[in-house]
Design a protein around this ligand. Structure first.
Ligand SMILES: C[S@@+](CC[C@H](N)C(=O)[O-])C[C@H]1O[C@@H](n2cnc3c(N)ncnc32)[C@H](O)[C@@H]1O
Length: 279
């Protein structure tokens, strides 16, 4: 009996035709505002190849035929998932958390506040907020904070809901914060789970920022950091207007430090790098 060896196809050698790149670019932009402009061909190809590998397909044509014939739309959403960039970390852009400690929390004593992490990825951002709030609360004040955390990617939301993070994810976290707000997983000592008092403050949901939003607000804080960087100017500007509509008077909008907007044209005042306040 002959031993059959499956022929391995080197998928990296496949060519992504410019017509296919343009098609992906256009559907992605229409669906969620992400602008994969020229120069992003290699990135798009590498990410679409992830789907081919998962589905054990060997040509882009086979994949696109499959995606287009999938009337459920599930494969399109899986493609959107791989095309999003989900890089995040705990207490990322720490100046924002310093600002929340020194300027925001002292003003919300006694209030029940609602915050929104728009584009929360795998949850490190809303968890960092909740911990910041609980740490300040130890100093003694009443009130509560509820955090809505949304993302378009179901894969990262699953991770966020599990709230289980690796040793690498925890790098740089002060020991005292790790001890107070995380517990080691009984299954795997290298994994840490966020404790229930933090998790219970956060509600996760899938939301495409480009579509209609079910929430009415008002929010005291909206954080949409390192999300709009993937959108073009007109999409960014529309989004900031919509955020502004949902902010309470005096509420804050936080963007990523590399995302600047002209605050005044949206009824916002720029008060710190990448921090805007509703007038
Ligand atoms: C780079 S991560 C930023 C995570 C976090 N805010 C931070 O700064 O660390 C960008 C996130 O935005 C999400 N995203 C991109 N387009 C989106 C859209 N149209 N609606 C909702 N989320 C979107 C991606 O899925 C991704 O998880």
């Amino acid at each position: 009996m002959g031993l059959q060896i499956a022929k391995q196809v080197d998928l990296t050698k496949l060519e992504l035709k410019s017509s296919d790149f343009n098609k992906i670019r256009s559907v992605l932009y229409d669906y969620c505002g992400i602008d994969m402009h020229e120069g992003k061909e290699a990135l798009v190809k590498a990410r679409v190849l992830k789907r081919l590998r998962m589905l054990k397909m060997t040509t882009f044509k086979e994949y696109f035929d499959y995606m287009e014939s999938d009337a459920s739309g599930a494969e399109f959403l899986a493609l959107v998932d791989v095309l999003t960039t989900n890089k995040t970390s705990f207490f990322r852009e720490s100046a924002h958390f310093d600002f929340i400690r020194s300027e925001v929390i002292p003003k919300i004593h006694g209030q029940n506040v609602t915050w929104w992490s728009a584009g929360c990825s795998s949850g490190e951002e809303p968890v960092s907020w909740a911990i910041t709030y609980l740490e300040e609360k130890k100093k003694g004040f009443n009130g509560s904070a509820r955090i809505l955390a949304t993302d378009i990617s179901s894969i990262v939301l699953q991770k966020a809901k599990r709230a289980m993070y690796s040793k690498e994810n925890m790098e740089g976290m002060p020991d005292i914060i790790r001890r107070d707000y995380f517990m080691r997983s009984p299954m795997d000592p290298d994994m840490y789970q966020v404790k229930e008092n933090v998790r219970s403050m956060i509600r996760y949901g899938r939301l495409n920022l480009k579509e209609a939003w079910p929430m009415k607000g008002p929010f005291h804080i909206i954080m949409c950091r390192n999300v709009m960087i993937y959108f073009d100017r007109p999409t960014q500007s529309k989004l900031v207007d919509r955020f502004c509509d949902l902010l309470a008077p005096g509420g804050y909008l936080f963007l990523g430090h590399s995302e600047s907007i002209s605050g005044s044209s949206h009824g916002l005042k720029n008060i710190k790098p990448a921090v805007y306040q509703k007038k």
